[in-house]
Design a protein around this ligand. Sequence first.
Ligand code: KIV
Length: 271
Amino acid sequence: MSVQSHVRKITTHVLYEMKLRGEKIAMLTAYDYSMAKIVEAAGIDVILVGDSASNVMAGYDTTLPITLDAMIYHASSVVRATEKALVVVDMPFGTYQGNSKEALLSAIRIMKETGAHAVKMEGGFEIKESIQRILSAGIPVMGHLGLTPQSIYKFGTYSVRARQEEEALKLKEDAKLLEELGCFSVVLEKIPAQLASEVAQSIKIPVIGIGAGGGVDGQVLVLHDMLGITQEFSPRFLRRYHNIADEIQGAVQNYISDVKQRDFPNEREQY
Ligand code: KIV
């Protein structure tokens, strides 16, 4: 029997156990109650309230503009829909890079006001103090290395990261550091599969990949991308499981046509 199927709640310890037994971890994003309810009912292990909400919910070009208040709104809606999944919330840009005290206050707000179980932060050595302070308050932290969208203006593109030896070495050191600090897991985004697999084998905490190949401990995708709600984004790593945008558009067109032709509402659909 799988670890996942015999626990009532997925905790950070359950994730360790899954890694130990070679059981893959499935993680998806969600930002609202209704979608989170569906994702939870499907049996997802981890729900990430990603700051990708800035793109897919609010329509910004980057993840930078989303605020702490907005993340708290999305996260509390998701938490109300979940029973078993572990809910992780992205700390938005500007709430943890400045100083560790502000980072702790931001993380405390997330935990208190949403009921989520953990936070996620982008970066390694540069944000060490913030991670330490948050961890010392008893708040579980998931790291995020490789392509870190909050630093898009530093890198200039969303291309594959850590292809060069120097960047790969720094990533390996950062992953080790996150483990030593006490992070419970780390996301590796858009890096060579070989490197991701080496990192996953070199640390005990679960490594969740997105565009990082199959040699890691689990996978994450943005829900709106894998469902085909967002259409303009199609990197090589993205597998689309549906084309919901077309289905929604078709349903809306049918509704419009029924209203215009006085077919809706009919006799049975009124009082
Ligand atoms: O914000 C997000 O959705 C993420 C995932 C892509 C890992 O950080």
